[in-house]
Ligand binder design. Structure first.
Ligand code: ADP
Length: 491
């Protein structure tokens, strides 16, 4: 049961992550929505402004037309009423008004004060509607004869007061607004059609652009998946998709190379460390068996064998310590605690730890150390650096067993530490890699100081953390000098 539970957990997590990915909107949709919104807004603004301008222009035109035609029809009617003009019969008036209405392309009527249609007399609407208009005109004109111009819901009107065969009435000239409605309808239709066209166009344009934009992203995503699955051979390309894509591709390629390097180093580290663990463990086991089976009763031999076991256990301990140091430094757990200290005195102190080599193994350890050279750094970590560098010089120096340690003021602001040996030196092509190597097995070399193969990696990380300049000068067959440039401080 417990096992099942444990197995489910990562799966659920994966699914949740996948879901989150699904919820995000595609570039195509975003582009399409943005383009469509902007385009539709433009179409609507344009459509509405066109609509209002057209309605306005048409209204003005109808107004002008009704006034002009109204005046003309009034003049024509008045002309028939002149005293020197032969009077028209009522029937002739009907025909004449109908003629004027047709020729001027407007409606023209005469009705009396109560709204009763007088001319042209036939079936034009019902009298009631004229009654309303008659009342309105009466109110508008008051004692005047007119003309009066007014707009009702669906008509534009020009009217004057006149007397028709003795009856008080009105000449009523009008034009309907129907044409306006049809213009407005046309306009709406045109706007809707344009909007549909624009939507289709934006769909096409945004799918084109998003396709172009997302192509390199999709390609890179595919490659990133391969890369995530452990294929370091993938090559990210930005192509001709703009500098941002090229930059992204370059960054991904850089990340790939870095991860590849880290991965390779990690694998090398594991392989080398396991190898280095195995050797002392084998020795410890072998010598323990020897004590048990052979030398247990022989104190002299037994002590010798126990010493081997102790030495090998020490080796394992320092390997574990160095590994821990390295991983802490790399993880940034060990933050620097800089203090001011006397570099000269501190170097002497470190050198003291190697003094036994002088006495027991004939080493010639020389010191050229100026007094009172002060610096500022993390004292404990610098101690590790000095110890590792001097330890290496002791390990790799030549037959003469000479090692020279120097500390001096090198300028107004800098102090110089160097340790030189007379060993085989390091070939030029190996110089950059000695710092990167996590480990190098030197079993062939008999070392007076235990080395784990991690010494220079630790030195490099510590000095880089401090931002100090450091390096190595080496000549094959003559020896090497490792140096560090410290900041100089007042005591
Ligand atoms: P270790 O000395 O334990 O192998 P280091 O990280 O200290 O590991 O050094 C890495 C390698 O650099 C060594 O294995 C050796 O090949 C080379 N090296 C370091 N110091 C010296 C030196 N003073 N002279 C020659 N080679 C050196």
């Amino acid at each position: 049961m417990a096992k099942d539970k444990d197995l489910k957990k990562p799966k659920q997590k994966k699914q949740r992550r996948y879901k989150r990915k699904q919820r995000s909107t595609s570039i195509f949709f975003l582009l399409w929505a943005a383009f469509s919104a902007v385009a539709l807004l433009i179409v609507l603004i344009f459509g509405f402004s066109q609509h209002f301008t057209l309605v306005e222009t048409h209204t003005q035109e109808i107004q002008r037309n009704v006034i002009q035609k109204g005046k003309q029809i009034t003049l024509s009617i008045e002309a028939t009423m002149q005293p020197n003009t032969p009077p028209l019969s009522e029937k002739e008036y009907h025909a004449y008004l109908r003629y004027l209405s047709r020729v001027n392309d407007v409606g023209a009527l005469i009705f009396d004060k109560e709204g009763k249609l007088l001319c042209p007399k036939d079936d034009y609407g019902d009298d009631l509607s004229y009654a309303k208009i008659a009342k309105l005109l009466d109110k508008k004109l008051g004692n005047e004869n007119g003309p009066v111009v007014l707009q009702t819901e669906n008509e534009y009107i020009y009217a004057v007061r006149l007397s028709y065969f003795g009856a008080e009435g009105y000449l009523y000239v009008y034009e309907t607004m129907e044409i306006l409605d049809s213009v407005a309808h046309q306009m709406v239709l045109k706007t809707v059609m344009t909007a549909i066209f624009v939507l289709l166009l934006t769909f096409a344009v945004s799918s084109g652009i998003s396709g172009w934009l997302t192509k390199p992203i999709t390609e890179m995503t595919e490659k990133a998946k391969l890369f995530a699955a452990g294929d370091f051979g993938v090559d990210f390309r930005g192509g001709d998709y703009g500098s941002e894509m090229v930059e992204l591709a370059n960054t991904l390629n850089f990340a790939r190379d870095e991860i590849f390097k880290a991965d390779r180093m990690q694998k090398e580290l594991i392989a080398n460390v396991s190898h280095d663990f195995k050797t002392p463990l084998t020795m410890i086991k072998a010598y323990s068996s020897m004590i048990k089976e052979i030398s247990g009763d022989n104190p002299e031999k037994r002590n010798k064998h126990v010493q081997v076991i102790i030495d090998e256990a020490d080796r394992l301990t320092s390997l574990v310590e160095d590994l821990l140091d390295l991983s802490k430094l790399r993880a940034g757990i060990n933050e620097l605690k800089p203090t001011k200290f006397d570099l000269s005195a501190y170097t002497y102190e470190i050198l003291e730890r190697f003094a036994y080599l002088q006495e027991t193994q004939g080493f010639d350890l020389r010191a050229e150390i100026d007094d009172g050279v002060w610096t500022e750094a993390d004292e404990h970590k610098i101690g590790q650096v000095l110890y590792n560098l001097i330890g290496n010089a002791v390990n790799y120096t030549g037959e003469d067993k000479k090692v020279l340690v120097q500390v001096k003021k090198s300028s107004e602001t800098t102090a110089y530490f160097a340790v030189s040996d007379t060993g085989a030196g390091i070939p030029e092509e190996e110089l950059p890699t000695i710092w990167q190597r996590y480990y190098r097995s030197s079993e062939m070399h008999k070392r007076p100081v235990k080395g784990t193969g991690l010494g220079l990696s630790i030195v490099k990380i510590i000095l880089e953390l401090h931002g100090f300049k450091f390096g190595v000068k080496s000549e094959v067959g003559k020896g090497s000098t490792f140096y560090v440039v410290f900041p100089l401080r007042e005591e």
